[in-house]
Design a protein around this ligand. Structure first.
Ligand SMILES: CC(C)(COP(=O)(O)OP(=O)(O)OC[C@H]1O[C@@H](n2cnc3c(N)ncnc32)[C@H](O)[C@@H]1OP(=O)(O)O)[C@@H](O)C(=O)NCCC(=O)NCCS
Length: 167
């Protein structure tokens, strides 16, 4: 992956840093409260595809924004972020930046990294499920439609990002 660096922050792809797998799974679990095993399984699958050079399997994929050896932020790419529109795939998920590091453009850098790295692996279109209504626009994402999250009473917003799209 191309280098993404800003001040002391650098983006790492967990597939290229398998030593970070356990810390990454624990960090995402702590941030989102989803069972640790779910992250361990997805990150394990991501590493396995990397080791076996299954280039046709760029998903799942996980990225970290590192401040030295500390995780300042991260996100993943999975087939489906637990919603009913299985056709809108793959999905950027678990976007999170530590409070102390917010409003420095770290989420923006993570989003730029994931979009361009996925495009380099042949995936130009990414989807993202969120309740935010004015954040992703700043990074070139567009509202696509409402979808129902699994077990959710209310609809959530689905965004789309097309790499290379004008505007
Ligand atoms: C949303 C989040 C990822 C943004 O991370 P970040 O690194 O601070 O984002 P950036 O620095 O790239 O962008 C910050 C800008 O977005 C704005 N912003 C942050 N959250 C926003 C929101 N919910 N709606 C609109 N704008 C928002 C900030 O005001 C800031 O604007 P400014 O540059 O004009 O001051 C971070 O606040 C976070 O982790 N929140 C908790 C988890 C979460 O909601 N994740 C998204 C799940 S879909």
């Amino acid at each position: 992956m191309r280098k993404y660096r800003m001040d002391n922050i650098i983006i790492r792809k967990v597939r290229e840093h398998p030593d970070m797998a356990d810390a990454a799974a624990r960090w995402f679990h702590e941030k989102w409260g989803i069972p640790l095993e779910a992250y361990q399984e997805s990150i394990g699958q991501c590493l396995k595809a990397g080791i076996e050079h299954l280039q046709e399997s760029p998903v799942p994929q996980w990225y970290l924004a590192m401040n030295g050896e500390d995780i300042a932020g991260g996100l993943g790419v999975i087939e489906n972020d637990y919603h009913n529109r299985k056709d809108l795939s793959p999905n950027v998920c678990a976007v999170y930046v530590e409070e102390a590091f917010r409003c420095r453009g770290i989420a923006g850098m993570l989003l730029e990294a994931v979009c361009s790295d996925m495009a380099a692996q042949g995936i130009d279109t990414l989807y993202l499920l969120t309740d935010h209504d004015s954040f992703y626009e700043r990074y070139g994402w567009e509202f696509h439609c409402l979808v129902r999250g699994d077990g959710e009473p209310d609809m959530s917003r689905m965004y789309v990002h097309r790499q290379g799209a004008v505007g």
